[in-house]
Design a protein around this ligand. Structure first.
Ligand code: PEP
Ligand code: MG
Length: 578
């Protein structure tokens, strides 16, 4: 609650709209994210129990690895793991952790880390090389223990009693899928941009988020009371009672507005001058499908399948995937469901897949190098295709060779299913994402090889402008209204039309009313966005006049900078409100 400390306001990037207030849960970045929080007297025994379980789990892990290494490489190579077991069972490490926990009443992973750091610093000063080398053993073992402790929290074993606002340098998508939503109020990060994947996830979960704050983890202390304004990108540390009251009122107003958007869901999605616009939903799992998707929208424009892999932190079986895709197909009333094949890499990493570059072995590139994984997914999608209007889409297509290879594998999988007499839809539509500048340049060539396109503006802007979508230091250069973006989008819509290929926009631009107006004015007739954003987009589409919008776009195409283009679009939208 508001206390006597002074209110401090931080400004970052508004990433996921909404307002929330509550206590901070800080994740210090010490190789892995370690939360720091106070515990009560009663909580001490719970923490000790967690510690014991983590030690047992770590012991089992090390023994398993030791036996594997011993079998594959030999006994000598496995000796190192005996040394690790000795570190783990070191009495001093365990008793000092318990002592710190009891005396300071801080959570066990933090207490353990304090002790481990002390030991590491001590060993580093020792002359004896053999002992100095023990530092890496301690680091390795402590990382395992911490992973077991922190992993348990992130997988729902939260030991704090209150819902919290997560404060961290960064949050990866695999961490985001692990958080227990019931204990989560909001996200605050030092780094990241408005299209980081964890941000997209928080938007679809309606969890307020502010990112790109640079040094929030230094300014915010464990257990500080915080307020997040996800609309404006503000974070209040120790907000006053007045600030909290004011924001509770703002939150209520937003709720009221959202209610009016909901009432409009029964109406058609068309502009004032009668242009109908297709509105589809972006989903991450079958659980995202709500009644409004079934009744008020036009299907699933983007099913990001990565979450299935991230939740598992590995490769899901064909059967697991088949069940997930079938469930989506069955719950969408026969409307189209566009399933995107695995887009792993970049910021979406799975255990054992270590390419964190957006320019590296990501998406279709990864799949074409890992054919078993790719084929397993294609089989599951094809098998599910008999249960609805499932379509398939490849991410990150750069050219026709890549597309040919993907289609070749796809046809091979179809042949296999045919020979196994397994049913699938033989006319299943295949599409390519347009999210690389190279794909924009040769879109007419790609058009000959697919049934439809979908524009990934998140990556298109990143690759067109050479601005890492995760890097807060260059987020000012990530400009959806840059003239180069406008020209590329115009080319995409014109070329799709002249090549008679349907095109949808499924990047985050489609879920922001200002950019949705821009897209429609430029020629988009189909948009796909997070379900939480769709009612508002529908509301604004119903207020727009396409004729007026086209005139505005003609003017915008003559401007040479992003900022005036953005301002004119904001003014256009403001006028619609009155
Ligand atoms: C995009 O790039 O716009 C897109 C929809 O894909 P993702 O955000 O998952 O990269
Ligand atoms: Mg993309």
């Amino acid at each position: 609650m508001a206390n006597n400390s002074k209110e401090v306001v931080l400004k970052g990037i508004p990433a996921s709209p909404g307002i929330c207030h509550g206590f901070a849960m800080l994740f210090a970045q010490i190789n892995i994210d370690i939360p720091v929080y106070d515990i009560s007297e009663d909580g001490i025994s719970i923490e000790k129990e967690r510690f014991e379980k983590a030690i047992i789990a770590t012991r089992e892990e090390i023994i398993q690895i030791r036996d594997q290494v011993s079998n594959s490489l030999g006994k000598d190579e496995a000796l190192i793991f005996d040394a690790h077991l000795m570190v783990l069972e070191d009495n001093a490490l365990i008793t000092e952790t318990i002592q710190h926990l009891e005396q300071n009443k801080q959570n066990v992973e933090y207490s353990f880390n304090v002790v481990v750091e002390r030991y590491i610093n001590f060993f580093k000063t020792i002359e004896d090389e053999y002992l100095r080398e023990r530092v890496s053993d301690i680091k390795d073992v402590s990382r395992r223990v911490l992973n077991n402790l922190v992993g348990a929290i992130k997988n729902g074993g939260q030991s704090t009693q209150h819902s919290r606002i997560i404060v961290s340098e960064d949050i990866t998508p695999s961490q985001a899928v692990g958080f227990d939503k019931n204990n989560l109020l909001g996200f605050i990060t030092d780094s990241g941009g408005a299209t980081s994947h964890f941000v997209i996830m928080s938007r679809s979960l309606k969890i307020p988020a502010v990112v790109g704050l640079h040094n929030a983890t230094e300014k915010i202390k464990p257990n500080d009371y915080l307020l997040i304004d996800g609309y404006e990108g503000l974070v209040f540390i120790n907000p006053t009672t007045e600030t909290i009251k004011e924001y509770d009122q703002i939150a209520n107003k937003h709720l009221e507005i959202e209610r009016t958007f909901q009432e409009e869901l029964v109406e058609k999605t068309e502009t004032l001058d009668g242009q109908s616009i297709e509105l589809m939903a972006n989903i991450e799992s079958s659980n995202d499908i709500s009644e409004s998707v079934q009744n008020s929208f036009d299907g699933i424009g983007l099913f990001r399948t990565e979450s299935i892999y991230l939740k598992k932190n590995g490769m899901p079986s064909e059967e697991e995937q088949f069940e997930e895709y079938t469930s989506v197909a069955k719950n969408t009333n026969g409307k189209p469901v566009i399933i995107r094949t695995l887009d792993i890499g970049g910021d979406k990493l799975i255990n054992g897949v270590h390419d964190d570059s957006f320019l590296g072995l990501r998406a279709i590139r990864f799949c074409l190098e890992n054919l078993t994984i790719f084929k397993t997914q294609l089989r599951a999608i094809l098998r599910a295709s008999v249960f609805g209007d499932i379509r398939i889409m490849y991410p990150m297509i750069s050219g026709t060779e890549e597309l040919d290879k993907a289609n070749y594998i796809f046809n091979e999988v179809k042949e296999e299913l045919l020979s196994e007499k397994i049913a699938f839809n033989p006319d299943i539509q295949v599409g390519a994402m347009i999210e690389l500048p190279s794909a924009v340049s040769i879109i007419d060539l790609l058009a000959k090889k697919v049934d439809f396109f979908s524009v990934g503006t998140n990556d298109l802007i990143q690759y067109l402008m050479a601005v890492d979508r995760m890097d807060d230091r260059v987020s000012h250069l990530y400009q959806p209204t840059h003239p180069a973006v406008l020209r590329s989008l115009k080319t995409i819509f014109e070329q799709s039309e002249s090549n008679q290929k349907p095109v949808c926009v499924c990047g985050e631009m489609a879920g922001d009313p200002i950019y949705a107006a821009l897209l429609i004015g430029l020629g988009a007739r189909s948009l796909s966005a997070s379900i939480s954003r769709l009612p508002e987009i529908k509301h604004y589409i119903r207020l727009m006049n396409l004729g007026e919008l086209k005139e505005l776009i003609n003017e915008l195409m003559t401007l040479d900078q992003a900022e005036p283009i953005e301002q004119k679009l904001i003014a256009f939208l403001e006028k619609l409100k009155h």
